[in-house]
Ligand binder design. Structure first.
Ligand SMILES: [Zn+2]
Length: 192
């Protein structure tokens, strides 16, 4: 498994390009304008887009990537409404603009497995930052979105946020991280 990280935006969000030895890749939270060029320059072949949650700062290149590469978009069903609502995905209150996704998504759920070439991504539902947050496990990497950062966790004061649920989610997540490296939605990765 190989990982390219593209950082962009005033919120410093991470977009991850995760690929196997044959160049099959998943685009996780594509939000940086450079994602499409990075994929093309590397000669990679996107298979799908995986979203950790529906906040505006993780979805801004979803439509462009879905259209360019003709690939499905996966998000937990509880966060699908955020793609179509600028207030629920926080772009309206925080940015004063409307970041929306028009591509119809497919739902992922706790325990789902998504195959990308030789890679398998296991889905863990981790509500709290939003209702539909998920983490994607692949080999020794865990893509945690805004559920868990290298030194902290996501805010719970936006639509769907629930501090008690986030604490429960982190308690279920931490025992599964031994020996793995988390790749969060913002900031640096961290090995556990
Ligand atoms: Zn978020």
């Amino acid at each position: 498994m190989n990982i390219k990280t593209v950082v962009d935006g005033m919120y410093g969000e991470n977009s991850y390009i995760v690929f196997d030895e044959k160049g099959n890749c998943a685009l996780i939270d594509p939000a940086a304008a450079d994602v499409i060029r990075t994929v093309s320059d590397a000669g990679l072949r996107p298979v799908c887009i995986l979203l950790t949650h529906g906040h505006f700062d993780h979805i801004s290149e979803v439509d462009a990537c879905a259209k360019s590469f003709d690939v499905p978009v996966y998000i937990h069903g509880d966060d699908a409404e955020l793609l179509r609502d600028a207030f629920k995905n926080a772009s309206a209150p925080l940015l004063g603009d409307y970041t929306l996704v028009s591509t119809t998504p497919c739902s992922v759920f706790d325990g789902a497995k998504i195959t990308v070439g030789d890679l398998v991504f296991d889905v863990l539902h981790t509500p709290g930052h939003t209702q539909g947050c998920v983490c994607y496990f692949c080999e020794n990497a865990v893509f945690t979105g805004d559920t868990l950062f290298a030194n902290g966790y996501g805010r719970t004061d936006l639509y769907g946020g629930d501090y008690g649920k986030l604490v429960d989610s982190i308690h279920s997540l931490l025992p599964r991280l031994s020996g793995k490296t988390i790749y969060p939605g913002h900031g640096v990765s961290r090995k556990f």
